[in-house]
Design a binder for this molecule. Structure first.
Ligand code: ADP
Ligand code: ADP
Length: 223
């Protein structure tokens, strides 16, 4: 049983042009339920490309993407978008919270979009904020939060609709080392608490060592 299965993923940019670059050359990766996997590779190795393909934001030139046993690459764009919204949570290096909305609203909005009643969505948002220790910041806008708090709120938003799979691209990469450690602890507690599967790209080998498994990318394949 796998939550994510990537098989023979190939991806190039600038096809047929002099600056064509082959980023993924047959990448394979399988993640089982509850597993948290670190994706480690130097800048430019193709981590973001792999995460975008795994998260159905981009399509591979070749290869298969399965989420919870369902093959995704042959779905229509519309079906793939629905699958992405239902199954995948994303976290980036920068929080990308909506500046005009409060922390609570940022976590509530995707749930309302998914059809959940407001009271239920807000209750879940408060519960998630509590789990990462920022419940007292529920009514603040992102600009009034520290960098660490902003990322914690972004984690809650990614988990708001209870995805099967969490994809994170340098989730603590813009924080100072101490803050990064604490915020990463909060992320791991949140992920472990829900039994979620995750693929987390990081340059930080100490953080990587705290996950279940470390995979490296080398010359377009996952070692
Ligand atoms: P990483 O996340 O490991 O830094 P990326 O997946 O962002 O790596 O990029 C891998 C390679 O693909 C880099 O050489 C990058 O310049 C190139 N690349 C990424 N996105 C594009 C794009 N949209 N068009 C052209 N080249 C791209
Ligand atoms: P963290 O370790 O989470 O990054 P900081 O040490 O940066 O936290 O911030 C400490 C406290 O100061 C936090 O509770 C945060 O909410 C508050 N704070 C930081 N920046 C601001 C701001 N611009 N406006 C209001 N409160 C802030």
């Amino acid at each position: 049983e796998t939550v994510l299965k990537l098989s023979g993923i190939q991806k190039a940019y600038n096809h047929g042009k002099p600056n064509e670059v082959s980023v993924l050359r047959g990448a394979d990766l399988a993640i089982v339920p509850g597993e948290v996997v670190a994706l480690v590779a130097p800048s430019g190795a193709g981590k973001s490309t792999l995460l975008h393909i795994a998260g159905l934001l981009d399509t591979p030139d070749k290869g298969q993407v399965e989420i919870a046993g369902q093959e995704m690459t042959r779905l229509s764009d519309r079906r793939r978008t629905l699958a992405r919204r239902a199954d995948v949570g994303f976290i980036y290096q920068f929080h990308h919270l909506l500046p005009e909305f409060t922390a609570l609203e940022n976590i509530t909005l995707p749930q309302l979009a998914a059809g959940k009643p407001r009271a239920e969505a807000e209750a879940r948002a408060r519960e998630l904020l509590g789990q990462v220790g920022v419940e007292k910041r529920a009514d603040h806008r992102p600009a009034a939060l520290s960098g660490g708090e902003q990322q914690r709120v972004a984690f809650c938003r990614a988990l708001a609709n209870a995805p099967r799979l969490l994809l994170a691209d340098e989730p603590t990469g813009n924080l100072d080392p101490d803050t990064s450690d604490r915020v990463f602890d909060a992320l791991m507690a949140l992920v472990r608490g829900t039994g979620l599967s995750a693929l987390i790209a990081t340059h930080n080998l100490e953080l990587a060592a705290r996950m279940d498994r470390v995979v490296r990318m080398d010359h377009g394949v996952v070692a």
